[in-house]
Design a protein around this ligand. Sequence first.
Ligand SMILES: CC(C)(COP(=O)(O)OP(=O)(O)OC[C@H]1O[C@@H](n2cnc3c(N)ncnc32)[C@H](O)[C@@H]1OP(=O)(O)O)[C@@H](O)C(=O)NCCC(=O)NCCS
Length: 406
Amino acid sequence: MEKQDDIVIVSAVRTPFSRFDSAMADIASIDLAVMVMKEVIRRVSVKAEEVNEINYGCCVMAEMALETDIPARQASLLAGFPPEILSVTLDRACCSSMTALRMGYRAIKAGDAGVCMAVGSENMPRTPHLAPGLRKGIRLGHIKLVDNLFELGYGAKGFSPVAVDAGEVALEFGVTREMQDEWAVRSQERYAEAFAEGKLKIGEELMPVMIAQRKGDPIVIERDESPRKTTLEALAKLKPIYGSPTVTAGNAPPLSAGAGAILYMTRKEAQEKGLNPLATILTSIGTATKPRDIAVIPALTIEQALQRVGMTVDQMDIIEINEAFAAMPLVSTKILAGNDEKKWKTLQEKTNVNGGAIAIGHPVGASAARITMHLAYELKRRGGGYGVASICGGLAQGEAVILKVE
Ligand SMILES: CC(C)(COP(=O)(O)OP(=O)(O)OC[C@H]1O[C@@H](n2cnc3c(N)ncnc32)[C@H](O)[C@@H]1OP(=O)(O)O)[C@@H](O)C(=O)NCCC(=O)NCCS
């Protein structure tokens, strides 16, 4: 039953996700954020001063360091939001933009804010190499450059690369390399089908990115740049990465740039503004478990989210589980199926129905916003229903949202 204090999404948009060597990869992540922040309010004619709180998720701090601190504050001001608007930058690895959504969700529930915006932005290819120690000078010897992007930096403090944990845990769950490669092929095929059906056209979840050129027309990026045709045979030939037993460049997502923004408020507020809700957020939940269980955490988070709203996974029409690697949707749907092979297949069938990060790309801080809005738009295309989106983040943190679309 609809309630006036329901929290509803009224607008959601993202940029295409870039290839590593794209022109988009030269745009600072805060500038990508500015684009989606402007567009998400423009589409529904909400004025910048009507937004009370902006929560901004990101992950690769070394890239943001190029523009120094507080990307949320800088992007808010650059996007034309009044200086009085509260904003915060947060890093919960790949969970970040869903955590940003949860913070606003809480603020609205607590009566601290009426209209909130969740932003996620990342530009992984732009991550600079770092030269630690140079400030004090190198008296003698070689200058060392550190690449935070390599293995996403987890090794520096003795943690395993996520690809190792995901691959090892997948094998323990009986999810083989071949299964992961099959999922990767499916991700590419599903994306290609969805694209051909016009599900990824500009104006729905996607907005174009225009890159001005010194001479001539701007470069216009209107589609995700990483999807590619592939075969199981081609994937089988790829060598595992970062010491993982199963994860390869083919069953992992590429390193991408991209941004997304979601605007949400109470149903009452939306009605007063004459806005049609895209989706109702039934719950927004964060979890964490032991660091190695990164492939398991989406399942645990989905279970907790379902428990909170008193529903079962069978009642979900579709599911989004971020393809941090193919291992995540496979292991997590297996857990959700309770080791029932038939149910596992059914859950897989309704998971990432239009492909996932393996095809689309994974600009880590922005991906949670992408799967949330994609879930909403896909439910809308199907005439409504329930869906859950969940994402894992470095060292096994989780986020999930359950959406209802009328
Ligand atoms: C895997 C990774 C290291 C690959 O980086 P890269 O080497 O720049 O990627 P490339 O696109 O050049 O792919 C490497 C090779 O695999 C091949 N390849 C990649 N995807 C393929 C596919 N679907 N089918 C066939 N071949 C494929 C490429 O053609 C390339 O082959 P080549 O070396 O003969 O040219 C990088 O994308 C990565 O780190 N991804 C994981 C990101 C991550 O951890 N995200 C966070 C999760 S929590």
